[in-house]
Every structure is written in structure tokens, then in C-alpha cells.
Design a protein around this ligand. Structure first.
Ligand code: C5P
Length: 254
């Protein structure tokens, strides 16, 4: 197979040029980072599981009409996606207090919020992804008011749908981060869901016991990190057929 051109390497993923113009290949790594890369590690099988979990959740969201960059999964660690212009925002939705909200505002972790809260963080690692408000976003031209209207509408639908889907398998969607991109097609621009949705960027707690099944197991040294990701896939009914043995997946194909 011809060697593909690498376009970008992030902390958990690599983007390669896709087979057709306007497409990219998104490769999921096992690398994990936290606290803006101050903590680094490997979660064996994470890339395989996140590829599956993100495929599954994006397909379900597409079923209800949420536009996404996802086209199809190619293999254990790669998916074909549409090339979009990423909006430099990390959009966080919170249903239950946890993480930086609890630290910043002194609200005890686990407190159910009176309503879902959307926050924006500026996607800039050098600045440590600062919390920003709508005024910053529109004044600095990161997104227009119309873009933000679309982003909020999509984010609320995503939250409602995923909260229900996950609750159905005994998981509380505490909070999550999504990213959006601009897709240009036939002289039109649409805002679409991009990046990934996986236990790397969601807080997922067992609805009965409160046990964490997400990246907080890695961030907070809780142990059984791999098992948390596997349990999410198992409950969604998408654990790779060969089971846990197969999670290392094939080496990267270039
Ligand atoms: O750390 P914080 O409480 O602000 O995180 C809120 C949510 O956003 C968590 O689900 C976390 O996994 C996700 N997040 C992320 N990438 C970041 C920061 C937060 O996926 N850079």
C-alpha cells in the first residue's frame, strides 16, 4: 500500500490524507495524556475501543439527523472522515458537577445540575485551553453568532440523545466535550460534529454504583483503566468480536 501523507499528529489521534479529495483518515492511538500533557501514559487497546465507540455513537447520532464528519470505519484503528475546518472551541456540556466545574465553583462532585450547562474553551494548548464566553468567540472571529446558534442546538440534541442512550445501558453521562467543524459542500457551509466521542472526552459513571468508566481512571490513578473503556464498549454491545485479546489491534498501516 502506498505510504500516506501524515497531516497532523495530536495526543490521541493522527490524521492522514484520505483516499479522495475532501476526506481524511483518522487513526486512534493508545497514547493518553492529561493535565495538558503533564501526565503521559498508554492505555492498551484504547485506540481500538475509541474507534469503535466513536463510530457507534456518531452513527446513532446520524440516525437522528445530527450531521457529523464520520463516513465509515476502515479497520481496527482507523476511520474515514470528511475534511472540515475545525472551529477552535472545545464545547463542554455538563449534567452533573465534576472536574473543573467542581474545582472552579466549589460544587461537590456528583451534584446533579439544575439544568445542562454548556461551556466553551478556546482550543489553544499553549494557553492551557482557557474558558471563554460568547463575547470572546464572536469578537475574535472564532465563530459567528449564527455558528454558535447551530453549535448550541446540535450540542443540546447530542446531550439529550446520548444521555438517554447511555442511561439505557446503566451509564450516567456526567459531562463531555465535543468539537465542531465547517463542512463546505456545493457552495454551502454546514456545521458538523467532528473529532470523536469516547471515554477520552466523556465522564461516564455507572448509574447505580457511581463507578467511573472513563479517562478519569487514568487522570486520577484509579487503576483498571483499560477495564473502564472495555466496560463501556461491552455495555454498548460493540466489544470487538475476538474480545479483549484482540484489543492491541494491527500495527499502523502506512
Ligand atoms: O476537566 P473538565 O471538568 O473541564 O472536563 C469536562 C469534560 O470535558 C470531561 O468529560 C473531559 O473528559 C472533557 N475534556 C476533554 N478535553 C479537554 C478538557 C476536557 O475531552 N481538553
Amino acid at each position: 500500500m502506498a505510504r500516506r501523507r501524515q497531516l497532523y499528529e495530536g495526543k490521541a489521534k493522527i490524521l492522514f490524507e484520505g483516499p479522495e479529495p475532501g476526506t481524511l483518515v483518522q487513526y486512534f492511538k493508545d497514547d493518553a495524556t492529561a493535565f495538558n500533557s503533564q501526565k503521559k501514559g498508554t492505555i492498551t487497546g484504547k485506540g481500538v475501543l475509541n474507534n469503535r465507540i466513536s463510530e457507534y455513537l456518531m452513527m446513532r447520532l446520524m440516525d437522528i439527523g445530527v450531521p457529523t464528519h464520520f463516513i465509515r470505519r476502515l479497520n481496527m484503528r482507523e476511520q474515514l472522515i470528511r475534511e472540515v475546518e475545525i472551529i477552535p472551541l472545545e464545547v463542554v456540556v455538563r449534567n452533573v458537577a465534576a472536574g473543573s466545574l467542581s474545582t472552579r465553583l466549589g460544587i461537590q462532585e456528583g451534584t446533579r445540575l439544575p439544568r445542562s450547562i454548556i461551556e466553551y474553551y478556546y482550543k489553544n494548548a499553549a494557553l492551557n485551553h482557557p474558558l471563554v464566553c460568547e463575547e470572546h468567540i464572536t469578537a475574535f472571529g472564532w465563530a459567528s453568532t449564527q455558528d454558535l446558534d447551530d453549535i448550541v442546538a446540535l450540542t443540546l440534541r447530542i446531550n439529550d440523545f446520548l444521555s438517554g442512550l447511555l442511561l439505557g445501558v446503566g451509564i450516567t453521562l456526567v459531562d463531555f466535550k465535543v468539537e465542531f467543524g465547517r463542512l463546505y459542500e456545493n457552495d454551502e457551509m454546514r456545521i458538523v460534529l467532528a473529532d470523536e466521542i469516547s471515554p477520552d472526552n466523556c465522564r461516564l459513571w455507572d448509574s447505580k454504583t457511581g463507578e467511573k468508566m472513563d479517562k478519569d481512571r487514568f487522570r486520577r490513578d484509579l487503576g483498571k483503566v483499560e477495564e473502564g473503556y472495555q466496560e463501556v464498549a461491552r455495555r454498548l454491545g460493540i466489544l470487538p468480536e475476538a474480545g479483549v485479546r484482540d484489543l492491541k489491534g494491527p500495527e499502523m498501516m502506512q
